[in-house]
Design a protein around this ligand. Structure first.
Ligand SMILES: O=C(O)CCC(=O)C(=O)O
Length: 277
């Protein structure tokens, strides 16, 4: 029998024009829904080039803004759970966050994740990025109850913190969704390894949604969106071009793996008390 759900990732190539990104996002969500996807995921900063100085310019405040409006309306029209990648969000105190808005099948806001770990790195001869120049950090885990499973949502650099994935799993997540935008330096080294590791450690599905590479962009996304099962097997993978990645997942596999290879039951929290999750 199984508990099957088709999931889709819209690997959008982000352009400079915000409206173009919104329209493309909507078209790809519609295509995924028409192909039977019930859970659809967009990448990190899908409406905005990944550049710190542009985040305040492209930011929107819930419930206003054309991107947020498109996400809510499209989720309701297509009757899908929509993890709307992320966009720059401006709060009432004028702080900007890297935020994922998640809408349910009726278009109601089901959750909102503000990226917890900001990407401030200086890799010699490689990537230099400082999100904290313009962004503030979130301080909460985000879990959403879908009809088929509890879903944990975190953003990009958040995946490097295994404690966070573990905490979401302990709160019941069977699917972890990571809207992300790795670059050409850490992408080839760590992207698949991290996503498969989080799936393996926590015996969950991992859905990692990346933007397609845009050669005109200052920050060249690595692409390679992935869907990984609780055995850490890659069920579907994209290359770096714009594409819709879809696959059917069977949620019963989560319980099967946890039964057959009971590492989660074998945890001995008393031996590692410093891990606070
Ligand atoms: O962790 C990485 O290597 C990339 C992270 C990133 O690009 C981000 O958080 O936006």
């Amino acid at each position: 029998m199984g508990n099957q759900v088709k999931v889709g990732i819209c690997q959008i190539r982000v352009e400079t024009d915000k409206h173009t990104n919104i329209v493309k996002g909507q078209e790809m969500i519609q295509k995924a829904a028409a192909a039977g996807c019930r859970l659809i995921v967009l990448p990190e900063m899908f409406n905005c080039p990944y550049q710190s100085e542009l985040f305040p310019v492209y930011a929107e405040t819930y419930p206003g803004g054309p991107t947020i409006g498109m996400l809510a309306e499209t989720a309701a029209r297509e009757k899908v759970i929509l993890v709307g990648g992320s966009i720059p969000e401006r709060d009432e105190n004028n702080r900007i966050y890297n935020t994922s808005y998640i809408f349910d099948e009726s278009g109601k806001l089901a959750g909102r994740h503000r990226k917890v770990h900001l990407f401030d790195v200086n890799i010699k001869g490689g990537t230099v990025f400082q999100e904290s120049l313009t962004l503030a950090a979130g301080d909460k885990l985000t879990l959403v109850d879908a009809p088929f499973a509890t879903i944990g949502v975190a953003i990009c650099y958040d995946v490097r913190f295994p404690e966070m994935a573990r905490a979401m799993m302990l709160k019941g997540a069977k699917i972890l969704v990571y809207p992300a935008a790795f670059g050409p330096v850490t992408g080839p080294l760590h992207w698949e390894l991290l996503m498969r590791a989080r799936a393996m450690d926590n015996q969950v599905f991992v859905i990692a949604a990346a933007p397609a590479r845009n050669d005109m962009a200052e920050y060249k996304a690595y692409g390679h969106s992935l869907i990984v099962d609780p055995w850490a097997r890659v069920l579907a993978a994209a290359d770096e071009g714009e594409t819709l990645l879809m696959v059917e997942i069977d949620l019963d596999v989560v319980d099967e793996v946890r039964e057959e290879l009971p590492v989660l039951k074998h945890r001995r929290e008393g031996i590692y008390p410093d891990v606070n999750s």
